[in-house]
Design a protein around this ligand. Structure first.
Ligand code: G3P
Ligand code: CA
Length: 445
């Protein structure tokens, strides 16, 4: 199990290195040198955002907390437990990655392989190395995505995580709407089937623990070579749920529990979906398929010099992105791609910045903290982050609600105004701080 966890880390570092190499191939500039002082020669002019991009930014809130894979820390990643937990904790967005099954079901699953997060070796011993895309959803429903987490995280382990099943994108959207999966007494999900017995859809029910929160859903497409038409399938799924519409006025209104809104309601705004990808081709396809532009993040992890960095930004702008997604310094030995000069370059364009991935208060302080301003006055323009992916929604809330608010109470404003989207500057100030384990108990885990 230890090997698997490390192999995920290894994969992440390899992907970062690959991104760097890609960038060098795509946007290479001989004047970029990684020395103490970067060359600023041949830095291209930064492009202007289109009116459509400005329109998107006009409804995008800031200082958002994005629950990375639901949560990796407190529950098995991208499981029903993780997503319900993040919703009830007060995350503004629940994040998922997309894979697709052989029978076309869109999954909320990070890896192309089942080895790291399931018991595939036991259930399908001859297929353990196969792509997830070679399995039908019915086959995947036999796998357990909770046990590996219990083994890898004994302090967070819960018996009730054993047997959790792989989620679909439908599941994530329904959880964001305050529902849960309807289950049989043995824990298997209630599903509808066609006349041949094939899986059609899952049945949902009101979540008795729903506290009225309606987070947005932050969706990452992966592996464009495996899933060339994922963007079309994604758009169709979102349209079916009323989460995307060609006309913004046709988006569904999502009901609250007993008519009472909770503390998060981004799902009832046009910012309800944010798309993200590391893949240049993925970004191009999103731009083509989502004909009404919606908030879109271009992810990258690149410590290259100003010319390459500017080319990344311009590529993103040309292809409809409204947010840049650099990494903070969170993998040992791999530098952040959001140093002050990089932050300034993105800020100049007016794009937002959502960084990945925050695990500690110290990281929040480093990238959003009061000393970002050399004059000591603070101010949102000095922060590197408009939103952060985090595995610790609980710590993120504490940072925004209490730690940073403490400085705001001293007369400094560290928040970018959300007034233009009808939200207070600090969208977390009024949220309830819940104990993570208590939320899991309240959800029945
Ligand atoms: O999606 C945001 C960022 O964390 C990407 O990394 O590997 O978790 O999808 P990953
Ligand atoms: Ca992701």
């Amino acid at each position: 199990m230890y090997m698997k966890v490390n192999s995920e880390k290894f994969k992440k570092v390899s992907r970062l290195l690959l991104t760097v190499s890609l960038a060098m191939g795509l946007f290479a500039c001989e004047d970029d040198t990684q020395t103490d002082s970067f060359s600023t020669k041949d830095v291209p002019e930064l492009l202007e955002l289109s009116q459509a991009q400005k329109d998107v930014l006009a409804y995008l809130p800031t200082n958002i907390i994005i629950a990375h894979r639901g949560t990796e820390f407190w529950a098995p990643e991208e499981s029903e437990a993780a997503m319900r937990w993040a919703r009830n904790m007060g995350a503004d967005y629940i994040e998922c990655d997309l894979q697709k099954t052989a029978d076309g079901v869109i999954l909320a699953l990070h890896d192309e392989s089942l080895l790291r997060t399931t018991n595939v070796e036991t259930i399908y011993p001859n297929r353990e190395n196969d792509y997830v895309s070679s399995f039908t959803y019915d086959e995947l429903l036999k796998l357990d995505i909770g046990s590996w987490f219990n083994e890898a995280n004994p302090e967070q382990a819960r018996e009730s995580f054993v047997g959790l099943d792989i989620l679909t994108l439908d599941d994530v959207l329904m959880i964001a709407e305050g529902k849960r999966i309807k289950r049989n007494p043995d824990g298997t999900r209630v599903v509808e089937r066609d006349e041949n017995g094939n899986y059609l859809r899952t049945v949902y029910e009101d979540d008795p623990a729903d506290n009225g929160n309606r987070p947005g859903v932050y969706i990452e497409t992966k592996s464009p070579s495996l899933f060339p038409n994922m963007e079309e399938a994604l758009r169709a799924c979102l349209e079916e749920h009323g989460w995307y519409a060609e006309n913004i006025n046709d988006l569904k209104t999502i009901a609250y529990k007993d008519g009472q809104p909770g503390e998060v309601d981004i799902a009832n705004t046009p910012a309800r979906i944010i798309l993200q990808t590391f893949e240049p081709t993925g970004l191009v396809r999103m731009h083509e398929v989502f004909t009404r532009p919606i908030p879109t993040l271009y992810l990258f992890g690149d410590s290259a010099g100003p010319a390459s960095y500017a080319r990344y930004i311009n590529f993103a702008i040309e292809n409809g992105a409204t947010i840049m997604g650099p990494n903070i310094d969170y993998i040992e030995g791999y530098p952040s791609s959001i140093e002050p000069w990089q932050r300034d370059m993105i800020r100049k364009t007016g794009m937002h910045i959502h960084c990945w991935s925050f695990n500690t208060q110290e990281q929040y302080m480093e990238y959003c903290g009061p000393w970002q301003d050399s004059a000591g006055q603070g101010g949102p323009e000095f922060n590197a982050v408009d939103g952060g992916f985090t595995n610790r929604t609980d710590l993120a809330l504490r940072f925004y609600k209490e730690t940073l608010q403490g400085y705001a109470d001293q007369g400094r404003n560290y928040f970018r105004s959300n007034a233009h989207v009808g939200m207070p500057d600090n969208i977390h100030a009024a949220k309830t701080m819940r104990i993570p384990q208590d939320v899991l108990e309240e959800l029945g885990y």
